[in-house]
Design a protein around this ligand. Structure first.
Ligand code: NOJ
Length: 534
């Protein structure tokens, strides 16, 4: 069964294309309306054909799914809605048979309120050792009726919830996601053990959820705007935790990708020192508007911040938390910001799709690794979910003003003529598929050389066969206003035209791939990208 992986070196992660699977919405193998591991196993040929190097699975562990699985009740059990541990092991082995590695998602900042530790802490009461694994505190105010501090939540709403005996517990996210106390040695030991558990099962890497939030100011002092350090973001203690994680990963030749949202590039790069995390998501690029100067600055800043620590950059256009790319690029504000998401934003999907195609060639030509979120290869738009079907806690905690993140989590369309667009043959999908979803079905796109799927497949094929792509140097070429043009090794050139006018291409021998056709005069139209060989 074990075939060679596509990148045979230990450094595969420096240049990999990593496909993000949101198992709940990928493919429903058992017909209950929820995606599962059987569905993923059946679709491995699609992923192999697409040409990805690795799969990152968002949490598949036992969970009440209050926050889509980021509320983990047991790290060593697969949620029965998704399958079994034996199936996960099979999936890892079968993926390997296709030359594809598997990355799992670890959520160290918090657990589910159904996790055995939290249930024991609730039962044991104030002052118990069980409560020390979390942040339990008496409240402020005369009768302890006020939360222990003023910390802002990562979702809207409060960060503290009071339990029956009067104590409060901290949760940076939903109340069903109590924060662990990372100053406690048992918390560290448990997570190191969980890492080993999954590395033993052959996973090649771990994505670390909320990686910069684990350590808290021991005094739990109030947050004061503009005062550093922040009481729970980017505390220095984190680096010691990740150093010990790195030693474990090294023993298995496994790698980390951290979810590190930090505006300060020097602070961000500290997580990527050679004895800490291998990589971290590039949220600066993800949030960047479709604007030539801003994109160029984001690329330059990214490369400059990674260079001193020798870590490769990552390039991400979307994931399960943010507005889908074709929709974002089709709006007036083409950047991403959680705070500005609203219902009913006008969107030009044709424009957004054109730009998303160009952005795909841009990101896949940049030095480092690239993340592709399931459905991005199909050009899926963000869906507006009927209010009575929304499940995301972000919507509820905002009092219904934030549309939440379900719009990018709609079950995938596989087969145009099958029930539920081929997502599953039985019950209705857990989130409704919008009208016209079949238009995006993978089977249709497979037959259409001008489809988004065809573009991704060809781009990934070329990226694999051209050693100049992936990690390595990038040099900007002189180009007119609004045009991004750069060379990679082996004479590869990428040009993206974000100006309103068509532009001349630089001198080249071969046109390898375009995100759209050139004009009849051979010039590159607006919002179009090409790969050339000099
Ligand atoms: C980041 C995850 O990507 C998101 O989906 C989740 O809600 C939060 N972390 C909390 O775990």
């Amino acid at each position: 069964m074990a075939a060679p992986y596509s990148h045979r070196t230990d450094d595969w992660w420096r240049s990999a294309v990593i496909y993000q699977v949101y198992p709940r919405s990928f493919a429903d193998g058992d017909g209950d309306g929820t995606g599962d591991l059987a569905g993923v196993r059946a679709r491995l040929p699609h992923l192999a054909e697409l040409g990805v190097d690795a799969l990152w699975f968002t949490p598949w562990y036992l969970s009440p799914l209050v926050d889509g699985g980021y509320d983990v009740a047991d790290y060593r059990t697969i949620d029965p809605a998704f399958g079994t541990l034996a199936e996960a092991e099979k999936l890892i082995a079968e993926a390997r048979g296709h030359g594809i590695r598997v990355i799992v998602d670890i959520v160290p900042n918090h657990v589910s309120d159904q996790h055995a530790w939290f249930r024991a802490a609730l039962a044991a009461g104030p002052g118990s050792p069980e409560r020390e694994l979390f942040h339990f505190r008496p409240g402020r105010g005369e009768n302890g009726e006020l939360p222990p501090n003023n910390w802002p939540s990562q979702f809207s709403g409060r960060t503290w919830t009071r339990v029956g005996d009067g104590e409060w517990y901290l949760h940076l996210f939903a109340p069903e996601q109590p924060d662990l106390n990372w100053a406690h040695p048992a918390v560290r030991r448990e997570h190191e053990d969980v890492l080993r558990f999954w590395f033993e099962r052959g996973v090649a890497g771990v994505r670390i959820d909320s990686a910069a939030l684990l350590a808290k100011d021991p005094a739990l002092a109030d947050f004061v705007e503009g005062v550093d350090p922040h009481p729970y973001i980017d505390q220095d203690e984190l680096h010691d935790i990740y150093r010990s994680w790195r030693a474990i990963a090294d023993a298995y030749r496994a790698v980390f990708v951290g979810e590190v949202w930090l505006p300060d590039s020097e602070r961000f790069a500290r997580y990527l020192r050679p004895d800490e995390l291998h990589t971290a998501f590039n949220f600066t690029f993800l949030a960047c508007p479709w604007d030539p100067d801003r994109l160029r600055r984001a690329i330059d800043d990214t490369l400059a911040e990674h260079a001193p620590v020798g870590a490769p950059a990552t390039w991400v256009l979307c994931n399960h938390d943010v507005t889908r790319t074709v929709t974002r690029y089709g709006r007036e504000d083409t950047g991403f910001d959680f705070a500005t998401k609203t219902f009913g934003t006008p969107t030009d999907l044709a424009l957004g799709t054109r730009r998303a195609r160009a952005a795909a060639l841009l990101t896949l030509a940049l030095p480092g690794s690239v993340y592709v979120y399931q459905g991005e290869e199909l050009g899926l738009p963000e869906a507006e979910i009927p209010l009575d079907r929304i499940q995301d806690p972000m919507y509820f905690r905002s009092g219904g003003t934030d549309p939440g993140r379900d719009g990018c989590r709609v079950p995938l369309p596989w087969t145009a003529d099958a029930p539920h667009a081929g997502f599953g043959a039985g019950a209705d999908p857990w989130l409704p598929q919008p009208e016209g979803w079949t238009h995006y079905a993978a089977d249709r796109q497979r037959l259409d050389p001008s489809s988004m799927l065809a573009l991704y497949r060809e781009a990934l094929r070329l990226r694999r066969s051209e050693p100049g792509f992936g990690d390595g140097p990038l040099h900007w070429l002189p180009a007119g206003d609004g045009v991004l043009a750069f060379t990679r090794a082996e004479g590869l050139i990428c040009v993206v035209n974000l100006s309103p006018q068509p532009v001349e291409l630089p001198g080249h021998r071969t046109l390898l791939l375009g995100s759209g056709p050139l004009g009849t005069d051979g010039r590159l139209p607006r919002d179009t990208a090409v790969w050339l060989r000099a």
